[in-house]
Design a protein around this ligand. Sequence first.
Ligand SMILES: NC(=O)c1ccc[n+]([C@@H]2O[C@H](COP(=O)([O-])OP(=O)(O)OC[C@H]3O[C@@H](n4cnc5c(N)ncnc54)[C@H](O)[C@@H]3O)[C@@H](O)[C@H]2O)c1
Length: 316
Amino acid sequence: MKKIALVGCGRISKRHREAIDAVEGVELAIVCDINEERAKFIAEEAGVPYVTDFRDIKGVDVISVLTPSGMHPRHAAEIAETTDVPYIVCEKPLSLTLREAYELLRRVDKAGKTLLPVYQNRYNPLVAYIKKLIDDGALGKVHQFVCNIFWNRNDAYFQIGWHGTKELDGGVLYTQASHYVDMVHFFFGDVVESKGIGGDLRGLEVYDSVSAVCKFSSGAVGTINATVSTFNKNYLTEFTLIAEKGTVRLSGTNLNTIDFWDVDGMTKPEMDFTIDHVYGKGHDTMYEYIAGERWDMFPSHDDALSGIRLMEMLSY
Ligand SMILES: NC(=O)c1ccc[n+]([C@@H]2O[C@H](COP(=O)([O-])OP(=O)(O)OC[C@H]3O[C@@H](n4cnc5c(N)ncnc54)[C@H](O)[C@@H]3O)[C@@H](O)[C@H]2O)c1
């Protein structure tokens, strides 16, 4: 049984707790938040002890870092250096800059620990299936893709704590669309040319809307449009792939539906799935991989760094 500690008892901690509860072979052992009231509340709900300083966590197998985005590199590195935990899960994004990502990985390696970045969208069955089709050559050459993330985060959201700040949030590509930037990076590998243009009409410190165009080393070209400024509510998430031997479009809150399929010699697979919350089911799969010690299912250093490089190139 792998013992898990959660550092950060905010909104995403609920998803981690649900996933840990749902997966055999992992159990929540302790929670931590610098806000004692929050730590105590979650600890009582979950029936586990709490601490307010992560340096006091001892004897667990994994610490999951769920603190505000810009704090990840510092917290994950300090946890590697000051606790006896061998594995550190780090919520997305790993960092807001490539420089910090390098530094984080260097410090974790030096401490002899392993960093496990959360890229739960890679475990979405439809995303994994498309990745396999691309890698196996079943779609032939991929010419082009379009990825649109048209979401809403209202003004009240940006009044809360670190949201919308340059130091801790990083903007729409980092805090909302990072899974989709990671997805195109996962599909197509290294980027050779890119340009992102940001919009900031809402007066935040960061871009609330970005339009980006990329060319990958495979030759695929494509665009990512991401916004948190859609009127009233989330509108859509979609990914369209134009390849030599087929056209595929995924949609749904977490790209959980194949809504167009025209692939040479292949009938549409019955893989659509329902989701009961906005974060998808990827955290469950991630904890299953932890329970089964499938460390190979997490991105390598080079993979993680090249993903952060892409995000930085598109965001500044
Ligand atoms: N993978 C996903 O789908 C997904 C979804 C939502 C959020 N996230 C990521 O999870 C992270 C947290 O998001 P959130 O919405 O839960 O934020 P939040 O603000 O609700 O919670 C963050 C918590 O971290 C605590 N904290 C800050 N410094 C700390 C420290 N030194 N030690 C212990 N606790 C500390 C804060 O007190 C707060 O309770 C963000 O980076 C976000 O991008 C990922």
